[in-house]
Design a protein. Structure first.
Length: 279
């Protein structure tokens, strides 16, 4: 798929994030927006998945380890065709299958329930190990927050993955530098992130996680890497695409009100028009 088309889809993912959190009057838009480009690339370019055959045993797996950014994942899944885009407005509503954190029992396209930070990568490592043991070719991807990697369980999983040489595993870190309490460097700095993963025997790639050319090159490099897992450290902007949300820790877990929603959608629509002009 052309980069321009991926940019357009990512913009629609962002509109889905803003719409769903506004409807729910709750949720986590900031970290969902920062990861929108990564999620778009995974579902529309990288992964071998098919909503018409979602339980195919040979499909690639994805685990949203930072489960609170479910609005971004749901938007990507809806646009991919796993469920109607119109259902996004039921986010966090009573009886909805789109709850605040992904649930594999009820939500189409979810490979692992997640939410408690640090646990998703452990499940992903298990999936990658299972593929190796069964002689399967599918790949496993997991997306972590940079605040999340302050959890010790992350590094237990990384140690195992490196030791087992799980080259079918790709760990993606959304490094937007902000967690719920502020800058990660002030709360409990995990820097240097790249050197830590290298110490656990990962092949490490540092990129701008909001640049599709760099995202594309990184995933190609990861797939070509043999004998060790890959960690892609993505420098991103929290709240990316919505001016008043960008680089603001307050939008970690706050939903836009009506005025803010209208402004955000107007900005995102304008960005889509700019992309169409470029086309």
């Amino acid at each position: 798929m052309e980069i321009l088309e991926l940019q357009k889809i990512a913009n629609e993912v962002r509109k889905g994030i803003v719409t769903s959190t506004h409807s729910a009057k709750a949720g986590h838009p900031g970290g969902s927006l920062s990861a929108a480009d990564i999620l778009t690339y995974l579902y529309f370019e990288e992964m071998n998945v098919n909503p018409q055959d979602e339980k195919n045993p040979d499909r690639d797996r994805f685990v949203l380890s930072k489960g609170h950014t479910a609005p971004g994942l749901y938007a990507a899944l809806a646009l991919k065709g796993y469920f109607p885009v119109e259902d996004m407005v039921t986010l966090r509503k009573l009886g909805s299958y789109l709850q605040g954190h992904p649930c594999m029992q009820y939500t189409p396209g979810i490979d692992m329930s997640s939410g408690s930070l640090g646990q998703g990568i452990s499940a992903a490592v298990g999936m990658a190990m299972s593929a190796k043991m069964d002689g399967k070719a599918y790949r496993t991807y997991t997306l972590l927050g940079d605040g999340e990697i302050e959890e010790g369980q992350v590094w237990e999983a990384a140690m195992f993955a490196g030791h087992r040489k799980l080259d079918n595993l790709c760990v993606i870190v959304d490094n937007n530098n902000l967690q719920i309490d502020g800058e990660i460097s002030s709360v409990c700095s995990p820097y240097p992130i790249d050197k830590k993963f290298e110490a656990f025997n990962f092949h490490v790639i540092n990129i701008d996680g909001n640049d599709f050319d760099q995202i594309d090159a990184a995933f190609k490099e990861a797939k070509a890497t043999k004998g060790m897992p890959t960690a892609i450290i993505c420098k991103t902007v929290k709240g990316k695409g919505v001016s008043f949300m960008e680089n603001q820790a307050g939008w970690h877990g706050s939903a836009p009100n009506e005025e803010q929603y209208n402004q955000a959608i107007a900005e995102l629509d304008a960005q889509i028009k700019e992309l169409e002009v470029e086309a």
